[in-house]
Design a protein around this ligand. Structure first.
Ligand code: ZN
Length: 65
């Protein structure tokens, strides 16, 4: 069996899907598809605001006790 950490992928914070390819932003993971989407979405589009809201999770992680 292969190491899980490097092969099973991670959960993307944008689409909440498990992906193998993507980038790490601090402790979070953004899949390559969403990264591409973010880059190619104009900031004036409503969709971009959705991304921004999700990206806020990176800077302000939910507080678990
Ligand atoms: Zn994604």
């Amino acid at each position: 069996m292969e190491k899980e950490a490097s092969k099973t992928g991670e959960i993307c914070i944008i689409c909440d899907k498990q992906k193998d390819q993507g980038i790490h932003l601090y402790t979070s993971f953004i899949c390559a598809d969403c990264e591409h989407d973010i880059i190619h979405t104009p900031t004036s589009e409503e969709k971009y605001q959705v991304f921004v809201e999700k990206l806020k999770r990176i800077k302000t992680p939910p507080l678990y006790s």
